[in-house]
Write a protein that binds this ligand. Sequence first.
Ligand code: ZN
Length: 331
Amino acid sequence: MRIPRLTFFQLFILPISYLLFATTSSPAAGDWSIVRIKDQEYVTATNAATFYNMESFVRKGNDRLFQRPDINMKWTIGTQLIYVNEVKFNLSLPVVEYKGHALISTTDLVKLIDPVVRPNYISKSFDFDTVVIDPGHGGIDSGAKGRRGLEKDYNLDLSLRLKAELEKRGFRTVMTRSNDSFITLAQRVAIANAQRRAIFISIHYNSSGTRSASGVETFALAPQGTAPTHKDPKSALPSSLNGNAQDAANIALATAVHAHVILAFNPVDRGIKRGTFQVLRGINKPAILYEGGFLTNPTEEAKIHHPAYRQHTALTIATAIEKFKSVVAHR
Ligand SMILES: [Zn+2]
């Protein structure tokens, strides 16, 4: 879905502040009619429209369109995608139809929609002054291979540029690696968990067996009991992980970074996704993993190879983190 730049900007800029007041508290049970289908709990779109005081709620084929001055949202029956203020999110479970109603799982309600749409239910406050930057791969592990370069080197270069941009903005930074050395995923987790008042961002570029695959995607940890995006539901992790304690902050941080990058570069938007990468599972701070485009796509690789593009990306991510921080600190 392509959104004209100005529209996107207008719609996005206010709600991001709302989003960052995200919560992990559950919506009050009495306000929701729970629909149970095959051991899965859902709520209806009409129930959501009422609960969130939407001014307009429209059914258009399989689409459900919600609108109020600060929020517009679109659900589509049969898909696992929703849009909130033009930001694309991958749901943990599909939107289903039942007796003429569009239904969304209570997991996606609590872990995604509620933190995005309802600003003022803060269950846990946090602030940070440190950003742990994790350049993916390194040393013997080169990551994705482009025709002109290796992922590990682009990751490190973008990370060093991000470090400089964040320090200009008054943040303390910690790098999990600052040269071409190999470190394990467990070491990356340990470095992040040793910091106080910190957030974590892992920097990657992508690869695919299909040359046409392109675009930017940003991962936040899958909520407990749900599978990563596009993975078999049976692969869901059963237990609560370190990272799940920050579910609301994770999705808020992912949204801030992802939306700023999409706005700045208008790449193919692969959306905010759910992952179970070891770094996201193990870190006890708000954490995301950023995939800044495909080294296996010739057009995208040419862009990534350009230092000016990486510099602009670093500036954009630093701006997103600064925005995230400014809202968090106002609490
Ligand atoms: Zn990678």
